[in-house]
Design a protein. Structure first.
Length: 319
């Protein structure tokens, strides 16, 4: 199907006649999902549908709404097996990437399904695809931070995945999801109500000022601790560069005084990552180090003097 769609893009005259039959093929796939009781056939149908959505937005666009309605109804009914449900989530994620206007009426339902899937401990595949669908939903609709306000438990779920998930690729997907969702004032998050939706959120970086409450400090501490744990894990070396970018993003979103306690925890694995990383990633990491030094300003000098017996941070940075 991928080959046929790519050929159609290069030779539209040869495939134009077959577009209507392929439209009937989409209806046939949805019919199999609805009435076929064989789980293997359902999974194959969803995989074909996902491939078609990913390969040809133009063809699928007229059918986007009925596809979304059919998949969400099946997932809400919880009548499909785990692997089929995971593939359905994958198809919905691709559908959101295709165009947010087709999914506006279904975003709340899709986000709730994603959260329920993150809590499903029976399948790492389902959790991984749910995290990917979350990233696609946020990037495709431009609703950074808003999911935290609508579902205050979401942050805790993501942190739980980062801290407790056994599969490294699932933890890495959770880190990417955190970066895509953006930083939010932990005090606002801890309130857990929608009355803060009217508060001003910066359009430039999606950050909100005002960290300093005890609950906010705790959330920031747990987030940074979880990300630093990933930096220290050599088995996740492929994801260290992205993890550093998320950490710098978080540092930008918190107050100056709140950044300082994290430096002794953050700098050693950060500097080690710079020394041991792939040469192609070193320039990016050095840019991140520059940003961090600019964020903490002269405090890194005083911190270096206080901790010199344990680690000479300035010497390591200069080296």
């Amino acid at each position: 199907m991928q080959i046929k769609v790519r050929c159609g893009a290069r030779r539209p005259a040869r495939t134009r006649r077959s577009r209507r039959p392929r439209g009937r093929g989409i209806v046939q796939l949805l019919t199999q999902l609805e009435y076929n009781n064989e789980q293997t056939r359902k999974e194959e149908s969803v995989e074909l549908l996902t491939t078609l959505i990913r390969s040809s937005h133009e063809l699928v666009q007229p059918y986007a709404t009925p596809i979304a309605q059919s998949l969400i109804a099946k997932l809400e009914g919880k009548t499909v097996r785990v692997r089929v449900a995971a593939r359905m989530l994958e198809a919905l994620g691709e559908l959101v990437q295709m165009g947010a206007e087709h999914m506006q009426d279904h975003l709340d339902a899709l986000l709730q399904i994603i959260i329920d899937s993150l809590q499903d401990q029976s399948s790492a595949l389902k959790r991984e695809i749910a995290l990917r669908a979350l990233r696609q939903l946020v990037s495709g609709t431009g609703t950074a931070i808003q999911p935290y306000l609508d579902h205050p438990a979401l942050m805790g779920l993501l942190l739980k995945v980062i801290k407790q998930e056994v599969a490294p690729h699932v933890r890495a997907e959770a880190v990417r999801a955190l970066g895509t969702l953006g930083a939010i004032d932990p005090h606002v998050l801890s309130m857990g109500t929608r009355e803060f939706e009217s508060q001003k959120i910066s359009d430039s970086d999606g950050l909100m000022p005002g960290i300093g409450e005890a609950a906010g400090d705790r959330v920031a501490d747990e987030t940074v601790t979880a990300l630093v744990r990933i930096l220290k894990d050599e088995t996740l070396k492929a994801h260290h560069t992205d993890t550093v970018s998320v950490l710098i993003f978080i540092m930008k979103g918190i107050d100056y005084n709140a950044r300082l306690p994290f430096l002794p925890q953050l700098l050693p694995p950060f500097l080690r990552t710079i020394r041991t990383c792939d040469r192609n990633h070193r320039a990016r990491l050095l840019d991140n180090l520059k940003e961090l030094v600019e964020l903490v300003k002269g405090s890194i000098v005083s911190m270096d003097e206080e901790n010199r017996e344990e680690t000479d941070f300035l010497a390591e940075i200069i080296d």
